[in-house]
Design a protein around this ligand. Sequence first.
Ligand SMILES: *Cc1c(COP(=O)(O)O)cnc(C)c1O
Length: 421
Amino acid sequence: MDHFLYRDGELFAEDVPVAEIAAAVGTPFYCYSSATLTRHFQLFEEALAGLDHMVCYAMKAASNQAILTTLARLGAGMDVVSGGEYTRAKAAGVPGERIVFSGVGKTRDEMRMALEGGIRQFNVESEPEMAVLNEVALSLGLRAPITVRVNPDVDAKTHAKIATGKSENKFGIPIARAREVYAHAASLPGLEVIGIDVHIGSQLTDLAPFRMAYRKVAELTEALRADGHDIRRLDLGGGLGIPYARSNEAPPLPLAWGQVIREEVGHLGCEIEIEPGRLIAGNAGIMVSKVIYVKSGEGRDFLILDGAMNDLIRPAMYDAHHDIVPVVEPEAAVEMQPYDIVGPVCESGDTFAKQRLMPPVQAGDLVAFRSAGAYGAVMASEYNTRPLIPEVLVHEHQFAVIRARPSFDEILNRDTIPEWL
Ligand SMILES: *Cc1c(COP(=O)(O)O)cnc(C)c1O
C-alpha cells in the first residue's frame, strides 16, 4: 500500500499533485511519502507485537536524513553497514543502543567509531573480523556485544545478485561450523556473545526460505545454549519483498512473516530483532521523469526520458521491473502502445523497459516510476556528469526538498587540478 494515487485525473503524492512538485524542483527527482514510510514501519511493529523486539531499519535502502529522522521519531532502530551510515544514524537522533552494525568488511576505524559512540551489537561475519574486533575493543577497555552471522545455506529464490544465504555467498559463517566459531568467540575477552544473526537475501517473495532459515537458527540456539552460551537475542535480518508490478500477485505481508517468526523462534524467549529495508522504503518512493523525445526506430518506438540508469540503476543491474505510469491519468478506454523506455546515458544498458505497454505519450509528458524508494537514490551516481537528482519528502499537503540538485559548479568544484599540472 502507498500514498501515490490518481485524484481528479492526475497523480498525487499524499495531498500534493506530483506535477506541482515537478514544476517547483524540475525533473527528474525522487519523491517520498512520509505517510507510507510510517505505515510500513508500523506494519512490522504490529507483526511482532507482544514479542520482545526491535525493528532496525536497514538504512542502505534509503538513507536521506529526513527519511531516517521520520523513522527514528517512530522509535526505529537502524541497521548500518558503514561508518558513514553509523554517522547518519547518530545524526538522525538514533541512540547507539538502537544501532546494529552489519557487513562483511568492517574496518578498525569503523569498529572504534561504533564502540566509542555506542552500539547495540556488531553482527560479526567472519573469524578474522572477530579477532580484529576483539583487539579494538580491548584497546578501548571495552567489550563488544556480538552476534555471529550464520549462513544457513538456504536458497532464497531471489535474484542472484541479492541472494546472501547460500554457502557460495560471501556472507556469514557456515552454520555447520557455528559451534566451533562461537566457542572461539567466547574465549576472546573483548567480545560478549549475545545472540545469532541471519539474513538470507533481499526481495524474497515466499516465506518458505525464511521458515527454513529460522528453523535452523532455532536448532542452533538450543545447541549453543547447551554449550553454555547465553543466547538471548536473535537478529532475523530483512529481505521481505514488495510488489514491483501491480499486476502480479503480492508477496506475503509483514504480518505473515511475523507469524513465521513466532512459530519458528517464538518459544525460545529471545529478544527478536529484524532489519527490513526495502519493504519500508520501496513503495514509499517514486522517481518522476520527463519525456524528452519520442523516437521511432526500426519497428519500435523509444521513449527517451530525462531520467537514466545513473539515477535508478535497478533495471540495468538486476533486470528489475518498475511500473511506469503517466502523471496525467490516462482515459480508461485508451489504447495501449508498446515502447522501449530509455534514458540519455551512452550505454545500451540504459534501458528501463522493453516493449512496455503505455498509453500514448508525448514529449514533455511526466511519468512516474513506482516502487523506486528503496535502492534508488542511494545507488545513484553522476555518470555522464549528470547531477544527483533531488529528493523530495511529502507530508500531507506539504512538500520539501530534502536533498537539492547540485549545480554544475558544485560538481566541478569537487575536483582539484594539481599545481604541478
Ligand atoms: C540489505 C540488508 C537488509 C535489508 O534487506 P531488505 O531486502 O532491504 O529488507 C537487512 N540486513 C542486512 C544484513 C542486509 O545486508
